[in-house]
Structures are given as C-alpha cells and as structure tokens.
Design a protein around this ligand. Sequence first.
Ligand code: G4P
Length: 528
Amino acid sequence: MDASIGPVERRRTFAIISHPDAGKTTLTEKLLLLGGAIQLAGEVKGKRDRRQTRSDWMNIERERGISVVTSVMTFEYGGTIFNLLDTPGHEDFSEDTYRTLTAVDSAVMVIDAAKGIEDRTRKLFEVCRLRDIPIVTFVNKLDRESRDPFDLLDEIEKTLALETAPMTWPIGRGRDFAGTYDIVNRTVRRLDLENEVTKVSGPEDPIIDTLTRPEAVALFREEMELIAGAANGFDRDAFREGHLTPVYFGSALRNFGVRDLIDAMAAYAPPPRPQQAESRLVEPDEAKMSGFVFKIQANMDPNHRDRIAFLRVCSGRLERGMKAKLVRTGKPIPLSSPQFFFAQDRLLADEAFAGDVVGIPNHGTLRIGDTLTEGENLVFRGVPSFAPEILRRIRLQDPMKAKKLKEALQQMAEEGVVQVFVPHDGSPAIVGVVGALQLDVLKERMQAEYSLPIDFETSRFSVCRWISSDDKLALETFIERHRGSMAADLDGAPVFMAPSAFELRYELDRAPAITASEIKDYQRRAAA
Ligand code: G4P
C-alpha cells in the first residue's frame, strides 16, 4: 500500500458474522495466518484436543466448545491494518454481539455452501443492517457437496433483501471443485496452487479445461453465461451503503479463497467511519482523541486478575501515557498501559488511531458505553442494553456473604455479564439475562473469582422494562403505586417488573404518561 496513505485510511475494523459451524473459527485462523499473526493453524480457538488458545480462559468455554468472550485480533496484510472483532457465536450472547457490532465498520458474512442462510446469520445481519454496515460474503466449504451457487445468491437476495454481486465463481463443486474464476479480473485461482492466480482470456480459456472434469467445466461455462446476462456488477457505493454484498467462494479449511476475501476487504471495505455522538458527528481524522468502551472483560489471563475495557478509538491519536477524560464522571484517567491484542499476545500500544481497539486495564473505573476524550464532553451513541428475558433471584449458599455478593454482582453488572436489579422494597437482588447460558457463566465466575457458590431461584417476575416520563409527578406516582414491582438498575434508573407480558401491558396501558423501554442506551444514560 502507498506509504502516503494515512493511518486511518489503512485501517479496517470488522467482525465475522455467521451461524455456528459455518467456519468462522477456521476462517479467522486462516486470516491470522495470512497476516502473520500466528504461525500455525489451529491456534485461534482450539476445539477438542487443540485447546491451548487465547480465549482458553474459562472452563465453561472449554466444556461447551464455544467462544463465550468477545475480543479483538489485530493483524497486518499488504500494508492494511485489520482489527478483527470476535463476536460470540452462541445465540445466548446476543447482547455482547450487538455491542461488538457497534464498534465495527464492516463485516464478513460466512455462509456454509451446503446450508445457505441460517437463522443466526440472518439475525446478525439484521443488526448490521440497522447500522448500514457493509457486508462482504464468503461462501465457505466449497470443497464439499454444496448447493447451486445461484440458489445461494438468490437466497441472500430474498431472505436478507440484499443485492449480491458475485466476484469469483467456483469451477466445479464438491469433488470436482478445482478453483475459482475471478469475474472482475479474469484470473483463475487453482485449488492446488492457492497463492497464485493465472491470467486467462475469459471463461472459455483452454486452461480451464485442464482443471477438472469436462462436465464440470461445461457447467461452469453455462453459469458464466448466465452471470454475464443476469448478475449485478459490483457497485462500490451500493456496497458501502449496505445495499449490496460482493460474494466470494472458497474453503476456509483448505485455506482457499481467503486471499481474495482479504484483498477485497483491503480494496473495498470502508476505513473507520465517522461516529455519531449526542452533540455532533465525530470524524475519524479529527486531531483530538475520542473513543467508546463497548466491552469489559475480566480474567483474560488467569494468572493476573485484571479487567480490560475495550475502547474503540473514534478519532485522533491515542498515545500511551496520555490522560483522557472519562466523560461520565468528568475525571481524568491516565492511559498508562493501553494494549493491542494479537492472536495470542498482548503488546503495549504506544499509539492508536481511529478504528483501532485498545484494551485498557482498570479496576472498575470504566464501564460499557463510557466515552473517553481529550476534554470535550462527547457522548457516543448506540451501545445498548436490552431488557432481559429471564429474571432470577440469587440464593447464596452462605448467607453470611451477602455483602460480598453485592460487590460481586455490581462488578458482573458493570462488565455486562448480567444485569442486576435491586427491588425498591428491600427484597434480594434479581439478576436479568438475555440468554440462559449467561446464568451458567455467572455461577461459574462467582465460584471461580469470588468463591461464592450461588444458586438461582425463580423470581415472581418474568419481564421488565425501563420506565421514564416527561411528567415527573406521573412517574413518581407510578413508582409509588407499584413499589412492590419496582427495582433500580446499576445506575439507579427505575425498572418496572411484571409476572407476565400480559400484566406488564395491562399496567402500562393504564399509565399513558409512562414510557416503557426494552432497550436502554448506555451512553444516553451516562449523559443523564
Ligand atoms: P464456527 O467457528 O463457525 O463454529 O466453525 P468452525 O470454523 O469451528 O468450523 C466448523 C466445522 O466445519 C469444523 O469441523 C471445521 O473444520 C469445518 N470447516 C470449516 N471450514 C471448512 C471448509 O472450508 N471445508 C470443510 N470441508 N470443512 C470446513 P469440525 O469437524 O466440527 O471440527 P474440527 O474437529 O475440524 O475442528
């Protein structure tokens, strides 16, 4: 890449969205290999016997073989710096995933060629759509029997309402799969020669006849004719606006087509985008540093009990040793050891630019949704909190440890592991989660980190909403009248709880001055 290109322009901050088993881990591994961030395959998220890995920090994750945590991996390829934000694949962790997607500028959608668009992919895609995040599609597992590529494109267009532009096309499928043809550049990449491309005159080029069975070549040529007649060409604006996805075919396992994908990310995916703060739009190349925390993670290293806040830099230059302002409290916070994360290592970050994600070790000063600046009172939007779908009371096996429990729960709530609601009537705290697996994580961490064995009891409430009103008196009256159903969240904001959705609706219908919300924006709250 041209050396005159500035630090912001050369950054790509993205996530991979996919249904479990589509190949996200394998693809991540191959991307990191290409970027030189790791030497050997199998080091990203070991499954089964290959488990000595970066995210190998929690028993629960090992047992279930899923990546529970969200983290970031930085690597460089061809002069472009990629920040890959790992989104947990498990459905239960949607909250974490949503937050992570607030910190990316583009996404790679991985589809299993035999399965097409699956449920989880669709949901994650919807989140991307809300923010108009451009998507590059990678159709994976072409080395196996797969569906007709036209069918897959059609499915993307129909189920996601997203236009497709095939950029490469498979030559043969399953056992006949011999490589891909690059529609734009008229080159062929052979399965057995992954790191090279051969220039050809077009789909009719005799070189292609030598690659696989004649029937497969004939089918490929027919398909190319169809494409010439019917498929969309790549339109960069439509892609950047999130209306069109370029589609690449390959096999992550065979490390095939991954180069096309990463080249496409470098060439087409947008550099760090401007970020919307409450007061104004913040441009990535502004001189002053700003950023927001989208993730807090404790215990990344079992030997050091540390807590890392992941900050997405939105503008300016973050310099090690600088003092930033934590807008929520107005207090300065020294950035003495910001860190970058690689496949397995963390390194001190001397400087970071818009698009970068740095880890900031802290002891609970930083929370999800916090904004850091060089002085301006900016508040970035859009790191949401969702009304939990499961509410449970905690039963402490040792009642003498109530105070410790309170502290531990507070920390878990600040990290976003669970939400904690303290009932106004003085009854024990209620924890709320979006997915049941979060409860297991909480139990395990309470035991491992605080030596607090806990159990869960059903609560008489099953739904809750944040409530507010422009009419202060109406709000106070509602709270007073429903005292037995009111609780305070981490920040003391009022939460109305009900035994069922029906009762929730019933009570709220009778109080038209009250606004009930399923989503709470961390930052709006912070500014309040
Ligand atoms: P995920 O993170 O999206 O859940 O998927 P992951 O990469 O773990 O891949 C799921 C399974 O699919 C793995 O097999 C993996 O080896 C396989 N896979 C990934 N990419 C390809 C591909 O391009 N072609 C083929 N044929 N298989 C692919 P597994 O047997 O479940 O796990 P493992 O024992 O191989 O780790």
